[in-house]
Ligand binder design. Structure first.
Ligand SMILES: Nc1ncnc2c1ncn2[C@@H]1O[C@H](COP(=O)(O)OP(=O)(O)OP(=O)(O)O)[C@@H](O)[C@H]1O
Ligand SMILES: [Mg+2]
Length: 163
């Protein structure tokens, strides 16, 4: 199922990320696509806040992958945050071993994840952010390709954002 949502401020995109976090369980990878300045990091920040991450979350552009301790009732102890903008090859992305890490209980948010969508295991949620008509407007599509998040739950938590 794909939901198409609209936000009109960076705060709303963060809040949307926090709402999405409430659906995550260990093993899920959020594969985020969207151009420079689309709002991927903003959504990652909201997601982090919903997972009880207290670190400041920025784009891990120069390291490709950052790991944050998380504290929440769903047993997610680690939020990985990847940014593949500067990844040179699929092999380099493979070497990050994101699939293995989420299998042992982490979740991951991957900026520019559409560059290597198939290396993250099977529990994926695809997020695509595009610029809307106004400067602060974004169209955000969320496609659930996981078996652990039901379409019903996705609709319950995010349905209010559908315009
Ligand atoms: N509705 C909105 N949602 C998200 N960000 C918005 C929105 N409106 C304006 N912005 C602005 O757009 C920018 C989004 O920046 P952000 O770093 O999150 O983008 P990004 O997709 O991670 O880019 P990059 O590919 O460079 O990492 C911020 O400056 C933010 O204030
Ligand atoms: Mg970013």
């Amino acid at each position: 199922m794909t939901l198409t949502l609209t936000t009109t401020s960076v705060e709303q995109t963060r809040t949307l990320g926090t709402a999405l976090a409430s659906l995550l369980v260990p093993g899920v990878v959020v594969v985020a696509a969207g151009g420079l300045g689309a709002g991927k990091t903003a959504m990652a920040q909201g997601l982090a806040s919903g997972l009880g991450v207290t670190d400041r979350v920025t784009s891990p552009t120069f390291t490709l992958l950052a790991s944050h301790d998380a504290h929440n009732e769903r047993g997610i102890r680690t939020m990985l945050h990847a940014d593949l903008y500067r990844a040179h090859s699929g092999e380099e992305v493979d070497d990050l071993a994101i699939g293995e890490m989420v299998e042992s209980g982490a979740v991951c948010f991957v900026e520019w994840g559409d560059r290597a969508p198939d290396v993250f295991g099977s529990e994926r949620v695809f997020v695509t952010i595009t610029q809307g008509q106004d400067q602060d407007e974004r169209t955000i599509s969320i496609a659930n390709h996981s078996t652990v998040i039901t379409d019903q739950d996705l609709h319950r938590v995010l349905g209010a954002w559908v315009r």
